[in-house]
Design a protein around this ligand. Structure first.
Ligand code: 4AD
Ligand code: MG
Length: 432
């Protein structure tokens, strides 16, 4: 007898199989027991009929508690009433691991309780759906960039550089030197772009941000493409094509999971339609001021109410272009006609999810870049390798970083970023 998962059910209708599973719930009468099961891939039903299996097996079925693991033998049959379309008519049950007083019961639990039990909470169908969508976004990312001729490059996690500012660094020891956990792989990706043309990275990044919002994690994963001979305008086209590709891939391949999450698919379909609107930082400030946001003036960074209002100007994500130089990192290229703004853009997701991409054209002028490094209190010595890139065949280049978890939260339509990563690291949480 073959051991299968319910993913293969369609090939085994009418056949006897073995399935390893966990019991999520159970209901029984004197003659028949309905087991709610999950095998890691699917949530499905097992039926145990007393007259078929005999009293001994039926007693085992009746005694099964939540999250007990079992190996079931039975016959796969069609079941038009279930989402999956198949169920298992059970004829033998072997208990593998007992489970007593499983803490997450079908009743409602508070968020802190669920977060304390994250290691178990992951087993729920909603968390399963979110992880499937996360996986699809990662899969589609590799597919998109490989198709477009990008080379996957892995920048280091232990680093001496601080591309996104020195206040949010995680310090660590590197033998007798000071080091940090990477905030962004970008500077290394620029070196890689000068070597290989078009590159992308995908890895964990760390920010000791004292922010406790529905959009902030301390440890998050970022996709960072970097492209040689690429202007900021052309980079925006790559960005919108990439985001649209992610949304379309999830619509195509995760439809059942979007249903589990009750995600509005009509809204998602609109996000695949290109181009996305572009609005300058200057115009965004004026727009906000004209609409009752008295608290904001030119030079300020946007807060989440501002971003949400600007995103409402379109039914799709919106690019905000050319922010003031003073509020952006040292490496961004100065606007050719103005010295107060830089060639950059943030992509703001609809529905209040905020910035999902930050990107820019990079400064290539050796003198300007050295001055910027000094102005930001960084050492030109430590960044001399980065400055070298401007000495030997420098070319215009641009890149961006997409935050995986914000993108997962947005496409899944979940309220809080903490559910978009298996084990979130939050301001007040490193357990479990
Ligand atoms: O805008 P950021 O800081 O850009 C960079 O790090 C650039 N070096 C990227 C590049 O050009 N290669 O971060 C990029 C994205 C944000 O738009 C957001 O989606 C995500 O990373 N992000 C966070 N996600 C979760 N929690 C946080 N604390 C985040 N900080 C940034
Ligand atoms: Mg940013």
């Amino acid at each position: 007898m073959e051991r299968i998962t319910m993913k293969q059910a369609n090939e085994y209708v009418g056949k006897e199989v073995k399935i390893g599973a966990w019991v999520t719930n159970k209901r029984s009468s004197g003659k028949i027991a309905f087991l709610q099961l999950r095998d890691g891939e699917h949530y499905f039903q097992g039926i145990v009929v007393k007259n078929d299996v005999g009293p001994e097996i039926f007693e085992i079925a009746k005694s099964l508690t939540q999250e007990t693991s079992v190996i079931l033998e039975g016959i796969v049959q069609e079941d038009t009433r279930s989402k999956l379309g198949y169920e298992l008519l059970v004829n033998n049950i072997e208990v593998i691991g007992e489970s007593h007083e499983y803490p997450i019961t079908p009743k409602e639990h508070g968020t802190e309780f669920l977060m304390d039990h994250r290691h178990l909470w992951l087993r729920s169908s909603k968390q399963h759906a979110i992880m499937k969508i996360r996986n699809e976004i990662i899969r589609a990312t590799y597919e998109f960039f490989n198709k477009e001729g990008f080379l996957k490059i892995d920048p280091p996690i232990l680093t001496g550089s601080a591309p996104e500012g020195t206040t949010e660094l995680f310090h660590t020891e590197y033998f007798d030197q000071e080091a940090y956990l990477s905030q962004s792989g970008q500077l290394y990706m620029e070196a890689a772009a000068m070597a290989f043309g078009k590159v992308f990275s995908f890895g964990p990044t760390f920010r000791a941000e004292k922010s406790k919002t529905r959009r902030h994690l301390i440890e998050f994963w970022m996709i960072e493409p970097e492209m040689a001979f690429m202007s900021q305008d052309d980079s925006l086209v790559v960005q919108e094509q990439y985001v649209s590709y992610l949304v379309q891939s999830v619509l195509d391949n995760c439809s059942i999971y979007l249903d589990v999450l009750e995600r509005d698919k009509e809204a998602l379909k609109k996000y695949t339609d290109l181009p996305y609107k572009r609005i300058s930082y200057d115009d965004a400030i004026t727009l906000l001021q004209e609409n009752g946001f008295d608290d904001i003036k030119w030079g300020d960074d946007f807060g989440s109410p501002h971003e949400t209002f600007i995103a409402k100007q379109s039914e799709k994500p919106v690019f905000i272009l050319n922010y003031p130089k003073a509020i952006k990192p040292f490496y961004m290229k100065e606007h050719p006609d103005r010295d107060d703004v830089v060639l950059c853009a943030d992509l703001i997701a609809p529905e209040g999810y905020g910035e999902i991409i930050g990107g820019s054209e990079r400064e290539v002028d050796y003198e300007k870049l050295s001055k910027q490094i000094e102005k930001f209190g960084l050492s030109t010595e430590e960044y001399s390798w980065y400055l070298d890139l401007r000495k030997y065949g420098s070319v215009p280049h641009s890149g961006f970083g997409l935050g995986l978890e914000r993108t997962v939260a947005w496409i899944s339509g979940i309220e809080h970023i903490r559910e978009s990563i298996p084990f979130p690291r939050l301001l007040n949480r490193i357990y479990p």
